[in-house]
Design a protein around this ligand. Structure first.
Ligand code: HEM
Length: 170
C-alpha cells in the first residue's frame, strides 16, 4: 500500500494538486462545507424517526426533503476526498484515522440504504400515524453517533500520531 502511495504521489496529477497552492485548501473547504449539508440532513431524518421534529409530517415527506441533499453532499465529499487522497496519498494511507473513517463511511452509507429500503414502504403505507419501533429509534441514534465518529476521524487524520500513538500507521 505504501509503495502504491509512493508511486501515486509522484504522478503528474498528484504533483499538480500538491504544487498549485489553492487546490488543497479549496478541496478541504468544500469538504468541510459538505459536512454541514450531509450531517444536518441525516440529523433531520433521524430526529423525524425519533418523533422529535416534523412529527406532523409523514416520514416520506421528510425523507424526500432531506435525502437528496444527503446523497448529493456525499457524492461531493467522495469527489473532494478522493482528490485529496490523490494529492496526499502517503499522508492519508498512513493515517489509522483515515482507514477507520472510510470503514465507517461504508457502514454508514450501506446502513442508510438498508434503512430506507426496509422502512420507507412501511412508513408510506401507514401514513402520518406511523410510529417507528424502539429498535428503529435506537438505530437512528446509533447512526448519528456513527456520523459524528466519521467527523471526528476526518479531523483526526491530521493528528493521527497524537490521537493513536503507536497504533498510528505513520
Ligand atoms: C465519502 C468519502 C470520503 C472521502 C474519500 C474522504 C476523504 C477525506 C480526506 C482525504 C481528508 C483530508 C484529511 C487530511 O489530510 O487532513 C478528509 C478530511 C475530512 N473529512 Fe472526509 N472523506 C469522505 C467523506 C467524509 C464524510 C462523509 C465526512 C463527515 C460527515 C467527512 C469528514 C471529514 C473531516 C471533518 C475532515 C477534516 C477536514 C479538515 O479539517 O481539514 N469526510 N476527508
Amino acid at each position: 500500500m505504501l509503495e502504491f502511495a509512493g508511486w501515486l504521489q509522484t504522478t503528474p496529477v498528484s504533483v499538480t494538486i500538491q504544487s498549485v497552492r489553492w487546490v488543497i485548501p479549496l478541496l478541504q473547504s468544500i469538504h468541510i462545507l459538505m459536512i454541514g449539508v450531509v450531517f444536518i440532513s441525516i440529523l433531520m431524518i433521524a430526529l423525524r424517526v425519533l418523533g422529535r421534529v416534523r412529527a406532523d409530517e409523514t416520514f416520506e415527506t421528510v425523507w424526500t426533503r432531506f435525502a437528496p441533499w444527503m446523497w448529493s453532499g456525499l457524492v461531493v465529499m467522495a469527489l473532494t476526498g478522493l482528490t485529496l487522497i490523490v494529492g496526499e496519498p502517503i499522508r492519508e494511507f498512513t493515517a489509522l484515522s483515515f482507514w477507520l473513517k472510510m470503514g465507517l463511511v461504508a457502514i454508514g452509507v450501506a446502513g442508510t440504504l438498508a434503512f430506507a429500503r426496509a422502512l420507507r414502504p412501511a412508513a408510506l403505507a401507514a401514513g402520518p400515524e406511523f410510529r417507528f419501533s424502539a429498535g428503529t429509534k435506537t438505530a437512528a441514534v446509533l447512526t448519528l453517533v456513527l456520523w459524528l465518529a466519521i467527523i471526528f476521524l476526518g479531523r483526526a487524520i491530521a493528528y493521527d500520531t497524537e490521537v493513536w500513538g503507536s497504533l498510528s500507521l505513520h
